[in-house]
Every structure is written in structure tokens, then in C-alpha cells.
Design a protein around this ligand. Structure first.
Ligand SMILES: Nc1ncnc2c1ncn2[C@@H]1O[C@H](COP(=O)(O)OP(=O)(O)OP(=O)(O)O)[C@@H](O)[C@H]1O
Length: 255
């Protein structure tokens, strides 16, 4: 299943947030959305997930989600949203409970996503016993459990310290390399975008419009911290964003 955004525009009251945004999210790719604060990245993600409907334009799905997908469009948020009284395994089971799966299938899904996120030995732990990075791995495992056609990630690493973020970036690359998934990934962090994005969409400041789409033509597994090609892409992105980011900051102060 691919996602298509066609000429999307939206205002909240008198504030125009997005204008004439068109994009496609092809199956099996990670598309990163970057842009200055307040340019409408999270809003666009909510439109993609069907949580809100834009004033103008539309979001289309092309093709069917995989037959075994329990929730075709699944979010991963910055703040994990785990239930503190449930174990790691219990948090994952929660999203399967409404789906009338047999016991064996539920067990197989839970075991599979725990293994894919390297959490098998922590299945009985409570969230308070886990580091921030592990909590986010649980949130990713929970998202994978419903076999989404597209994962919608809203700054999933931004609450984590830089070492943990590096480790999780490696985890996401390993996950994708073993079994490619489709994702839209909102981030402020250009280093993250060049490590994970097959394509990086740069939005202008509010009202957000597509300013540029940068393709990174290097296999995810070959991308490493400090790679000169990635650093050149990062600089290209920053050159596109710098003036807009400064102007957006001034505008937000004036809001
Ligand atoms: N439900 C809402 N009602 C009113 N205004 C909203 C609503 N949601 C978002 N906005 C406004 O729309 C603009 C875009 O918000 P959004 O969160 O999509 O931007 P963003 O690019 O994700 O920002 P950031 O990078 O700072 O997280 C902001 O000015 C925000 O205050």
C-alpha cells in the first residue's frame, strides 16, 4: 500500500498551516519530513493517519494493505505512551486484544516483535525498570505487532540522549534491513534524517510547502555516523532550512 498526499492545505482558525502539499510515500521506503518549528509536520502526519481531515486536498491510499495487517496506519510518538502497570509483553498484547486472534497467533506475534526489537529477555519487565531507549523499543515493538502498512513516527528519538539515539538509529536500520517497512518519519534532527530517509522532504516555514525533496541513494545498512556523503546531504538540508528556521523562530516568538 502506498500513500499519496494531493494538494493538501489546512488552516487552524486564521493560521494557515499547510499549503498545496503533494507527496507520495512508496511502499518499503522511509520518507522523512523536516522543516522549521510550526511548519505543519505533525499536522501532516495526523492527516496521513486519518486522525484529522485537511480543509483542501486529500490523502489517498493506493493498493491494499497486507492481508494480515491489523492496523494499516500506526503511530509511534515521542513519549512512548506505555501503560506503567503493564509489563513489556503486556503493553504489546494490549494492541492485539481487540483483534480476536487465536492464542497461538498472539503468542507468535509477541515473540516475533520482541525478538525483532531485542527485547525478549525483558518481556516481564515493567516500564519503570527500563531506560528511555528500551521504552521506545517497546513502543516500536507494539507498533510492529499490528503489522502496519505504514508506520507514522513523530520525533520518536527526540526525548532520548544522544548515545541512546545512536543505538536506536542502528536498531531501526537493522529492523528495516531485515524486513523493510514503510514509514513517514518526522524529525528536527537532520543527522537522523540522512541516516534513515530514503527521501527527505523539506517543508518551508508556515504555511508549510514542499521546498525540496532530497533522495539519499545509499543502502541504509551502509550509512554510518560521520560518513562524508551523509554529511554533505546534511549540509544540503541545512542550507535549505537555515533562513526559514531563523524566520520561523522569530515568528513563533511573535505568536
Ligand atoms: N489542533 C490545533 N489547533 C490549533 N492550532 C494547531 C493545532 N495543531 C497544530 N496547530 C498549530 O499549527 C501549526 C503547525 O503545528 P505542527 O505541530 O503541525 O507543526 P510542526 O512542524 O510539527 O512543529 P514542531 O516542529 O514545532 O513540532 C503550529 O502553529 C501549531 O500551533
Amino acid at each position: 500500500m502506498d500513500l499519496l498526499i494531493e494538494k493538501v492545505g489546512h488552516s487552524y482558525g486564521s493560521v494557515e498551516v499547510l499549503r498545496d502539499v503533494s507527496l507520495d510515500i512508496p511502499r518499503g521506503q522511509i520518507v522523512c519530513l523536516v522543516g522549521p518549528s510550526g511548519c505543519g509536520k505533525s499536522t501532516l502526519l495526523r492527516f496521513l493517519g486519518g486522525l484529522e481531515v485537511p480543509d483542501h486536498g486529500r490523502v489517498l491510499t493506493v493498493g491494499e494493505p497486507p492481508a494480515d495487517s491489523l492496523n494499516p496506519l500506526t503511530y509511534v510518538f515521542q513519549h512512548f505512551a506505555l501503560l506503567p502497570w503493564r509489563t513489556v509483553e503486556g503493553n504489546i498484547r494490549l494492541v492485539l486484544e481487540d483483534h480476536r486472534l487465536g492464542r497461538a497467533e498472539t503468542e507468535a506475534i509477541v515473540a516475533d516483535v520482541l525478538a525483532r526489537t531485542r527485547l525478549s529477555e525483558f518481556r516481564g519487565a515493567l516500564p519503570k525498570q527500563l531506560s528511555g531507549g528500551m521504552k521506545q523499543r517497546v513502543a516500536i515493538a507494539r507498533a510492529l505487532a499490528v503489522r502496519p502498512a505504514v508506520m507514522l513516527l513523530d520525533e520518536p528519538l527526540s526525548a532520548l540522549d544522544s548515545q541512546t539515539r545512536e543505538l536506536l538509529l542502528d536498531d531501526l536500520v537493522a529492523l528495516w534491513t531485515r524486513q523493510p517497512f514503510t514509514a513517514v518519519y518526522v524529525t528536527h534532527n537532520l543527522a537522523e534524517a540522512v541516516r534513515l530517509g530514503h527521501r527527505i522532504v523539506v517543508l518551508s516555514r508556515r504555511p508549510g510547502r514542499v521546498r525540496a525533496v532530497v533522495s539519499v541513494d545509499m543502502p541504509l545498512a551502509a550509512r554510518s555516523l560521520g560518513d562524508p556523503i551523509l554529511e554533505a546531504h546534511q549540509k544540503e538540508l541545512w542550507d535549505l532550512m537555515r533562513d526559514e528556521a531563523m524566520a520561523a523562530d522569530r515568528e513563533l516568538i511573535g505568536d
